[in-house]
Design a protein around this ligand. Structure first.
Ligand code: COS
Length: 394
């Protein structure tokens, strides 16, 4: 894999972290990626990554994290995704959403209790916003958090599409805090830290997905789940904003996952084109093949540049951050679809069978256009932000 793109941009420590991710991806993740698809979720490999510090990348050292900058984080994530995108997803969700939301909005007590062990990789975090009828329209979620007399909460309802919803230790979960007779839209949603071993937390069956089959995706039934007041993060009316703020960074994690998938597919395609002979010569000799590979490589690196530019804007809290996060996620996921589709084409019939890895990468790429906001939602956000950034409302 060609990684020279980041070497110049990263400081020495960042480069070390990225090199370690590349080594783990090459030696541990990639060799078993196809097998993992057919097995139960491999928590052990995620724990192993946690021991190396990959579950505390964006958490400062004062809370036991590595405290890396965004670019280092995304570089490491891309490497891990190159090795196995399903394993990289657990790392991305944990780092981008539950830990970041606690870091930004948690109390000192919450950080001591949950953030520290999460950063050390002892507790795995997950994120749950979506429901059966609240996907793109996330505000319409209906899971209810009812306040008890002692200031605690009781959660009822059903969540969907929860990555690691069964295996994670803690879920950052969003539920309505407004009263059924007094609905307040996006201002009526709270964010909660939910330990998955509580009575009333009931994971459903695992979804049979097209791709990322080594990753665990479940629905979760909330059945009178009782939480103390300390499980609410921040203000009870601010959960939706915390979620969208978290997703602005999280979407760059998905962009990097898409880049890792695309890079893996391109690498396979180039190697195959060099060795596969037809008409008495390696097919990589043909201009048509070279043009195809050139387009794949160009699209991939353009998406990578955009993602890294977005990372800087998000990190610096610039007003364009939200638009760039959406542009990067949309472009990287669509690039991954193009590159993996063309990689299958380079392999011809062999690309269509499970024995060769590009078939899996093509299936894995698809969901990057769907989760953490569909491409259609991202086009809407980009369009809306273009007006907002100029102080214009439409
Ligand atoms: N930082 C701080 N606040 C942010 C923010 C950020 N990065 N991004 C959004 N917000 C705030 C906005 O400022 C707004 O607050 P005000 O109402 O006080 O201005 C609020 O969050 C809602 O944002 P916005 O008005 O832009 O959202 P809309 O309700 O118009 O649109 C969409 C919501 C459709 C964009 C949203 O529901 C969405 O992203 N849907 C996809 C959900 C998703 O990604 N689900 C996947 C979950 S993981 S599988």
């Amino acid at each position: 894999m060609s990684r020279s793109y980041t070497a110049a941009a990263l400081h020495a420590e960042g480069r070390q972290i990225c090199d370690l991710a590349e080594k783990v991806a090459r030696e541990e993740l990639r060799p078993r990626a196809a097998e993992r698809e057919t097995e139960d979720f491999d928590r052990a490999i995620v724990d192993q990554l946690g021991e190396l510090g990959f579950l505390g990348m964006l958490v400062p050292a004062e809370y036991d994290g590595l405290g890396t900058d965004m670019l280092t984080y995304l570089c490491a994530l891309e490497e891990l995704a190159w090795g196995d995108p399903a394993v990289a997803l657990s790392v991305s969700v944990h780092n981008s959403l539950p830990t970041r939301i606690l870091l930004r909005h948690g109390t000192e007590e919450q950080k001591e209790r949950w953030l520290r062990p999460m950063a050390r990789g002892e507790l795995l975090g997950a994120f749950s916003l979506s429901e059966a009828n609240a996907g793109s329209d996330a505000v319409s979620l209906t899971a209810q958090a009812t306040r008890t007399d002692d200031g605690g909460w009781v959660l009822d309802g059903e969540k969907m599409w929860v990555t690691n919803g069964e295996t994670a230790d803690l879920i950052t979960l969003f539920a309505r805090t407004d009263e059924p007779g007094d609905r307040r839209g996006k201002d009526g949603i709270g964010a909660f830290v939910v330990p998955t071993d509580r009575p009333g937390y009931v994971p459903g069956k695992e979804e049979e997905k097209m791709g990322l089959r080594a990753s665990e995706t479940v629905s979760v039934q909330l059945d009178g789940l009782e939480l103390g007041p300390e499980h609410l993060i921040g203000e009870p009316s601010m959960g939706f904003k915390y979620a969208l703020q978290g997703l602005t960074g999280g979407r760059l994690g998905i962009a990097s996952q898409a880049l890792g998938i695309a890079q893996a597919a391109l690498d396979h395609a180039v190697e195959y084109a060099a060795e596969r002979e037809q008409f008495g010569t390696p097919v990589g000799q043909f201009q048509g093949m070279r043009f195809k590979l050139a387009d794949m490589s160009t699209r991939l690196d353009a998406a990578r540049s955009l993602t890294h530019r977005a990372a800087r804007l998000v990190e610096d809290g610039e007003p364009e951050a939200r638009r760039f996060s959406s542009m990067a996620k949309m472009e990287a996921s669509e690039a991954a679809m193009q590159v993996t589709r063309e990689a299958v084409q380079v392999f011809g019939g062999y690309g269509y069978v499970r024995e060769y890895p590009v078939e899996r990468l093509f299936r894995d790429a698809k969901v990057t256009e769907i989760y953490e906001g569909t491409s259609e939602i991202h086009r809407s956000i980009i369009g809306k932000q273009l007006f907002r950034e100029r102080g214009l409302e439409t």
